[in-house]
Design a protein around this ligand. Sequence first.
Ligand SMILES: *Cc1c(COP(=O)(O)O)cnc(C)c1O
Length: 409
Amino acid sequence: MNVAPSPDTLSRSAGLIEIEHSLGAHNYKPLDVVLTRGERVWVWDVDGNRYLDCLSAYSAVNQGHCHPKILAAMVEQAGKLTLTSRAFRNDQLALFYEELAALTNSHKILPMNSGAEAVESAIKAVRKWGYEVKGVPEGQAEIVVCSDNFHGRTIGIVGFSTDPDARGGFGPFTPGFRVVPFGDAEAFHAAITPNTVGFLVEPIQGEAGVIIPPPGYFRRVRELCTAHNVTLILDEIQTGLGRTGRLLAEEHEGIEADVTLIGKALSGGFYPVSAVLSNTEVLGVLKPGQHGSTFGGNPLACAVARAALKVLVEEGMIGNSAELGAYFKRELEGMKSGAVREVRGRGLMLAVELHPEAGGARRFCEALRAQGILAKDTHGHTIRIAPPLVITREEVDWALERIAPVLAG
Ligand SMILES: *Cc1c(COP(=O)(O)O)cnc(C)c1O
C-alpha cells in the first residue's frame, strides 16, 4: 500500500534531496525517491512507501535485495578477514576460482571490482595476447566495438562510446578501437584487419534499450572470430548471471566467447565484484606485476560472490527468470495501449518502447512510481523492466495490474 506522505516525512526526503543536490556532483538524474530498506523485490522509501524494484540496480541485485544467505556470508567473512591485498594469499580466493570456473566452464579467472575494471582488464589482456601470441606489430592492436555500446565510464571505455553525453568533453582518447553497427556481422567482417585482436560486444545491448541482435548474428560473429584469430569478448556484466533466463546470454546464441566479463550480480548487490573469464591463452599472458588491483580478489569479495553464485543456482533463479520473463513479456504484449511501439527482451531483461508521440518514457516512469513500481527510462522512449529474479508470479501479476492503466493512460 502506498500511503500519502505526511508533511513531516515529505520534508525528510526533501531535505535529503536538497543536501544531495548541493553537495553531490550532478552526474545522475534519479527519480526523487529516497530509499532506506530493501527485501527481495521490494524497497521502501524514508516516507514508508513500498515499491516493486523493476530495475534491480541495473541487474546487480538479481538475487533480490539483502538476500539473507549472502548477507550471512558477508557478515561472517567481515568478522574474520576482509583484505590482504594480493601480496599475500587468502583462503577464499581459491574456492571462488574453483566454484566460478566449474559453473562457467572457464579455465582462467581474473578477479576485479567494478564492471568497468573488468572491461579495461580484458582490453589489456587481449592487446597483450595480440602482440605475444597472434604476432601483431607492437602498438598496432585494434579492437572492434559496436555503436551504442555501453561498457562503463572510465576514460579508456568512453573513448569508444558513440554516446555524445558519455564521451563529450573527455578527450583525448585511447586509440586502437573501431566502431561497427551492432547486429551487422558483415560490417564486423569488413572491419577485421591483420591487426584485429578482439571484438568487444554485449550479447544484448542493455543501456541502449535492451536491443536484441538478429538471429544468427552471433553465430556468424563467432565463425569470423575463429577464422581470423580474433578474440570474442562478450560483456555479460548486465546480461549474465541469470538475467536473460540463462546463466550467460551466450547460451541463447549457441556460442562460446573466448573472454567473458561478469560483474554486477556477481555479488548480489552487496559489494563491487567483477571478473574476467577466459581460456588459458588470453589471461595466461599476464605475468606478475603487469596488472592488479588492491581490492581485486579480496576475501570479503570472494566470500560474498561465492554465496551470490550459490543462491542463484540453488534457488532456481535462472529458471524463474526464463519462465516469469516469458510470462511477463506475453502479458505486456497483450496490453491495449496506443503508446506502446514494441515490447522486447529475454528472461527478466524486458523493455517497453513507446512511440515518440507518447511524450517520453520518463513521464511513464513517474506514473509507475506513483503506482508503487520503480522502473527506469532509457534513451528517451524506452521503459526498462528488470525486477530481481526472485520475483513470484503473484508479484508479476501485481505489477501488471499497475502497469496496464499507466500504459493505457
Ligand atoms: C554496468 C555495465 C558495465 C559497467 O559496470 P560498472 O560496475 O558500473 O563499472 C559494463 N558493461 C555493461 C554491459 C554494463 O551493463
